[in-house]
Structures are given as structure tokens and as C-alpha cells.
Design a protein. Structure first.
Length: 252
């Protein structure tokens, strides 16, 4: 039985004060909720303050990215040790916005996942096709390439520590959610892919999240799908009531 995981990706939103306000509201509602694993991923600048608030709760902390070098002359990057210092246990890797706006390739994503694993984080590895790719019937091909690239050289024991998020790019921030069926089709492909490249027990333990315009209103139908184990939530994670409802609706 895979426990649902709901992760909030705050993206480039929230100053420290705003982040503290939001996470304090989440803590009031969710501090002892244990039917789902809950993760919040604030911007780097607010990690430390948010961690202080959620330290003794079921809400875990994640970073939105990490760099694959341990230290050095890499202006503007943040190392695994730095985010660990702030209390992070998870790291989002390969988000489509990183790929699109910051030129992250599958090879870079792969290096980031490897470092994240070495440093004991749970990587939330994102894959997903663009609208053009979907319309050209390339969805499966694209996901296959992203899985091959992102997971290159990973062993079964590594896969057991990874969470995969399927996020169709056309559904991110657009209000257009993939239908539960469209999402399930890709989730099933991902699970089969892991089964073929690793083992069926590894595939059956892997958590695969859906991301793209998830709201309190659509999470239940998404979670009814056999291969959807949770969600990576952007916009709706910025509002405490909305995120709390998504978390609560994910497990019943
Ligand atoms: P959204 O973003 O929920 O605002 O569509 C999801 C994501 O980018 O992780």
C-alpha cells in the first residue's frame, strides 16, 4: 500500500513573512494529520524560517532544486549541504520550468538526482510532455527519454528512494488538468517502465505524483486512479485552505 504524498511547490512566491504566515496556517490544520505525507517547498530564502515552524510536525521540508556540485565557484547555485542545513529532506528535480527557462537537460537532472541521493534527500523527479508533443502523439516517447536520461546508472536501491512526478507541461499553471484517465495512462506507463528496467516489487513501491492544476475539487478523482499516489501542487499550495483541502481529500 503506497501512502499518498502531497507536495506544495511554492515556486518564486512568498517573502519570509508571507511564508511563515502560510506555513503556520498549514501547521494549525495539519500538524498531526498522518494519512498522507506532506511536503512544502518554499523558496530558498524562506527554508530556514519555515523549518523552524514545522520541525516537530508531520510536515516535511523540500527545496525546489539543488546543484550537483558540493561547493565551489558556481555563482547563484545552492548546494545539497546548504539545503540540508535548512532542514530539507526532499528536493524537486527537473521541474519543467527549470528545463524550459534555465536550460536543464536530462544529463543535468541525472547528476542532480545522483547527488540528492548521495546526500540522503528524497528527490521528486519531474517528467512531462509539452502540448505540442502531446498533440503529435509523442507523450510516451518523451517520458521514455526523460526517464532514461534522468535515471541513467541508477540502481534499484536508488529508485526505491525516489518519487516521480508526472507533470504535463500544458497543465501547469493553466487551469487545465489532465483528466484522471489521461494522467493514469502515463502513470501506468511510468510504473511499467520501472518494472521493466528494475523489478515489479520496485515498481509497486514507487510513488508517482501527478502535477498540473491540482485543486481540492479534482484531487479525489485523480487519487482514485490505481497508479496516482499523490500530487505536486503549485498554485493551490499558496493558499492554506486550498492546500489543506487537497491534503485531506487525498486520502478518502
Ligand atoms: P500548478 O503547478 O499546480 O500551479 O499547475 C504545478 C507544478 O508546477 O508543480
Amino acid at each position: 500500500m503506497r501512502k499518498p504524498l502531497i507536495a506544495g511547490n511554492w515556486k518564486m512566491h512568498k517573502t519570509i513573512n508571507e511564508a511563515v504566515e502560510l506555513v503556520s496556517a498549514l501547521k494549525r490544520e495539519l500538524f498531526d494529520f498522518n494519512q498522507a505525507d506532506i511536503v512544502v517547498c518554499p523558496p530558498f530564502t524562506a527554508l530556514d524560517n519555515v523549518h523552524e515552524i514545522i520541525m516537530d510536525t508531520n510536515i516535511k521540508l523540500g527545496a525546489q532544486n539543488l546543484f550537483y556540485q558540493k561547493q565551489g565557484a558556481f555563482t547563484g547555485e545552492v548546494s545539497p549541504a546548504m539545503i540540508k542545513d535548512c532542514g530539507c529532506e526532499y528536493a524537486i528535480i527537473g521541474h519543467s520550468e527549470r528545463r524550459k527557462y534555465f536550460g536543464e537537460t536530462d544529463t543535468m537532472v541525472n547528476k542532480r538526482i545522483q547527488v540528492a541521493l548521495e546526500e540522503g534527500f528524497t528527490p521528486i523527479f519531474c517528467v512531462g510532455e509539452t502540448l505540442e508533443e502531446r498533440e503529435n502523439n509523442k507523450t510516451i516517447e518523451v517520458i521514455d527519454i526523460q526517464l532514461k536520461g534522468g535515471l541513467e546508472n541508477m540502481k534499484e536501491e536508488d529508485i526505491l528512494k525516489i518519487v516521480i512526478a508526472y507533470e504535463p507541461v500544458w497543465a501547469i499553471g493553466t487551469g487545465k488538468t489532465a483528466t484522471p484517465r489521461q494522467a493514469e495512462e502515463v502513470h501506468m506507463f511510468i510504473r511499467k517502465w520501472i518494472e521493466e528496467h528494475y523489478s515489479s516489487s520496485c515498481a509497486s513501491m514507487l510513488r508517482i505524483l501527478y502535477g498540473g492544476s491540482v485543486k481540492a475539487e479534482n484531487i479525489k478523482d485523480l487519487m482514485k486512479q490505481e497508479n496516482i499516489d499523490g500530487a505536486l501542487v503549485g498554485g493551490a499550495s499558496l493558499n492554506a485552505d486550498a492546500f489543506v483541502s487537497i491534503v485531506k481529500n487525498s486520502s478518502n
